[in-house]
Write a protein that binds this ligand. Structure first.
Ligand SMILES: [Zn+2]
Ligand SMILES: [Zn+2]
Length: 256
């Protein structure tokens, strides 16, 4: 399984992009920067897009991707709530054409919205995908994704603390997690349902208690203004848990 990180931040700028990553070039997870970081040829390889929830930083590129790739149908898989947000706010015939119906100027659907039921495994492009509820508004889910050769990752999507039931449902070798703000903004993180490094450590200790091991960790959705401090705090928790924590940047690849 080759992961390519397109966007690893919660704020967009010339140097930072919104969350999105590719699995083996064919499966996209979240769509914050799905078009801005890929050539048209690379976009053409994508067969399906998983969306963790309906916040704009995760669904932003869906309409532009649909516009760029109108010669075929791409599957968009998400919970019914996320699909409803997408159709009512972005591809609604006002802001962008209704790419999922024949009502658009294209006279054909170019994306297919596929609802995912939480905790019900589904095979997508040869990967087993399970949407796992996490602690975030708008029915936020994370995804456990397993390749045909048995590699498993879990992406939390945006999440706040309280992940015990999610941990019980998964057994990944790699976990891609949210750590948006530094410890001194823990109250803000809690209010917005995100994690800071200390909260992540508590969640990982709980994971180890439930599952008996810790997977590899990669942290994304970082706030660029606070990045140096978050990195120092993550280094401390890595030391105290005796694990390594990866902090991928835009363009980085990770092989599982
Ligand atoms: Zn969110
Ligand atoms: Zn977000």
């Amino acid at each position: 399984m080759i992961l390519k990180f397109l966007g690893t931040h919660n704020a967009e700028s010339k140097n930072t992009r919104l969350v999105s990553f590719l699995i083996d070039d064919v499966l996209a997870v979240d769509a914050g920067s799905l078009v801005s970081e890929l050539t048209f040829t690379q976009q053409r390889k994508i067969k399906a897009i998983l969306l963790s929830h309906g916040h704009y930083d995760h669904i932003k590129a869906v309409p532009t991707f649909a516009f760029n790739n109108s010669d075929r149908i791409t599957k968009i898989l998400a919970t019914p709530k996320t699909l409803e947000i997408l159709s009512s706010h972005l591809i609604n015939g006002v802001v962008y054409p209704e790419f999922n119906s024949e009502a658009s100027f294209l006279r054909k659907a170019t994306i297919k919205l596929v609802p995912l039921e939480p905790l019900k495994p589904r095979t997508i492009q040869g990967y087993k995908v399970v949407a796992v509820p996490v602690s975030h508004p708008l029915d936020g889910v994370g995804f456990e994704i397993t390749s045909a050769d048995g590699k498993t990752l879990f992406y939390t999507g945006d999440t706040g603390p309280g992940l015990s039931s999610a941990w019980a449902a998964i057994s990944p070798q790699l976990m891609i997690v949210d750590a948006t703000w530094p410890n001194r903004l823990a109250t803000t993180a809690r209010a917005a349902s995100h994690l800071c490094p200390q909260m992540l450590m508590d969640e990982l200790i709980e994971f180890r208690r439930i599952k008996g091991y810790l997977p590899k960790i990669a942290v994304i959705h970082m706030s660029p203004q606070h990045e140096p401090l978050i990195k120092r705090e993550l280094a401390e928790i890595a030391r105290s848990l005796r694990i390594s924590i990866d902090i991928p940047r835009e363009g980085n690849e990770l092989i599982l």
